[in-house]
Design a protein around this ligand. Structure first.
Ligand code: ARG
Length: 464
């Protein structure tokens, strides 16, 4: 990056001494906001075309501006654009280069515009694209979950509450639970996108402009839903960034919980799944180790995105209307949230369809811990016993099992009849794992048939 004195700064006119070198670096944002260049140029193109339409600039001037912007974009993409810290930010870097390239017409681009509405517009254009990226990755992950759920629709594993074996469930059903989390996440992103997709341009510094601008035309060119209603709000609002970070923090919270399960399941103690080697790393000292790094990192990165959300809330809480330089601080947390979210979604979308279930181990775990005790209680209720009495009887059966080291299905009929005379031979059907899950055969239940129906519905719901 090169250095310029104040005479080169677009706002240098009213100043009598150069900016302190440290202050220049301290206030500059070009080091991180240059990533907005494409959106800054997109916004400038639309602004120039609007200015020409309302005859604030001539068609020739507009053509020269568009040509200059094309050349700048190409040079940035080729990596030979020279960014200057003394030109502070992406906006002034590009504008200064435009004037250097095309002369007088370049100086007219900023008519009826301020960096305040410009930066808010750039951020919204940028975020709109990143939301679309995140939605695509979410969908890819959801597809992967459905694939896995379909493959393992009949696979049995213990369902847990309090991390204690509760009832048998099907692996497909378990994966569909995560699908639902992500379905809500997708809806949340689309909802957030509606409020991102509003155009600040035309608000200028804060109060609008005295030029006869056509904000609806600019909004149309940029594919915004509408221009922002109020100029003060347009330049000062960062709700859209906060909402996105909240949605991202929640997505990552979901992935973090899912990660925790994968880490547990991949441990020697559970041994329910095999994570493909390509998503794991080894230990430099313990040759036997295969560590679930990807889920661990996703779990870890969730904390920093939740931190960005809090950071943005704190950034805004003390700001009077309208624009304040504080707002420059919205970028790094937002960019890091975007990068982290997209990376984590990508890792999960790649990894999930490759998970391998160790169904024998899952089954064994489901068969332990008296996971069909509730089925026995339900059986007694169907035979006429009140649920509370049935609960008591089954509790005694479990006690007997613990004392004699056996599961309920391993007890003899006379032993069970000793506890409740109404028990008959058919009890053993309800005590099997397959019988237990098959019995939960209603909308939203874990029966394999319901899982298959839910997968079919899920595929349709993703089309909406
Ligand atoms: N770099 C600034 C930002 O990110 C651009 C807007 C600056 N506006 C101003 N009046 N200084 O917010």
């Amino acid at each position: 990056m090169t250095d310029h004195s104040n005479s080169a700064k677009p706002w240098g006119g009213r100043f009598t001494e150069s900016t302190d070198a440290f202050v220049e670096a301290f206030t500059a944002s070009v080091g991180f906001d240059r990533r907005l260049y494409r959106y800054d140029i997109q916004g400038s193109r639309a602004h120039a075309r609007m200015l020409a339409k309302v005859a604030v600039i001539s068609d020739d001037e507009c053509a020269a501006i568009l040509d200059g912007l094309d050349r700048i974009e190409a040079s940035i993409e080729q990596g030979d654009f020279e960014w200057s810290v003394s030109l502070e930010d992406v906006h002034m870097n590009i504008e200064a280069r435009l004037t250097a390239l095309i002369g007088e017409a370049g100086k007219k681009l900023h008519t009826g515009r301020s960096r305040n509405d410009q930066v808010a517009t750039d951020m919204r254009l940028y975020l709109r694209d990143r939301i679309d990226d995140a939605c695509r990755e979410l969908r890819r992950l959801q597809q992967g979950l459905l694939e896995l759920a379909e493959r393992e629709a009949d696979t049995l594993l213990p369902g847990f509450t309090h991390l204690q074996v509760a009832m048998p469930v099907t692996f497909g059903h378990h994966m569909l639970a995560w699908f639902e989390n992500l379905q809500r996440d997708h809806q949340r992103l689309l909802d957030c996108r509606k409020r991102v997709n509003v155009m600040p341009l035309g608000a200028a510094a804060l109060a609008g402009t005295s030029f006869p601008i056509d904000r609806h035309y600019t909004a149309e060119l940029l594919d915004f839903e509408a221009p922002a209603e109020n100029s003060l709000d347009a330049v000062s609002d960062r709700d859209f960034a906060i909402e996105f970070c909240a949605a991202a923090a929640l997505i990552l919270t979901h992935l973090s919980r899912f990660s925790e399960e994968l880490i547990l399941w991949a441990s020697a103690q559970f041994d329910f799944i095999d994570l493909p080697d390509r998503f794991c790393t080894g230990s430099s000292i313990m040759p036997q180790k295969k560590n679930p790094d990807v889920p661990e990192l996703v779990r870890g990165k969730t904390g920093r995105v939740a931190g960005h959300l809090l950071g943005l809330l704190m950034l805004m809480k003390g700001q009077p209307l309208a624009y304040n330089k504080d707002n420059q601080e919205d970028k790094e947390p937002l960019f890091d949230t975007v990068d982290t979210l997209l990376d984590c979604l990508r890792a999960f979308a790649d990894m999930v369809p490759a998970l391998q279930c160790k169904s024998d181990n899952m089954r064994r775990a489901a068969a332990s811990g008296y996971s069909t005790a509730t089925d026995l209680a339900d059986y007694l209720v169907r035979k006429g016993m009140a649920f509370r009495d049935a609960h008591e009887v089954v509790g005694r059966a479990v006690r007997l099992g613990i004392d004699s080291g056996r599961d309920l299905s391993e007890m003899s009929l006379p032993e069970l009849q000793d506890l409740a005379a109404i028990i008959e031979d058919d009890v053993f059907e309800v005590l099997t794992l397959e019988g237990s899950v098959a019995a939960r055969d209603h909308f939203g239940g874990t029966a394999p048939a319901q899982v298959r129906a839910a997968i079919a519905r899920a595929r349709e719901r993703m089309e909406d």
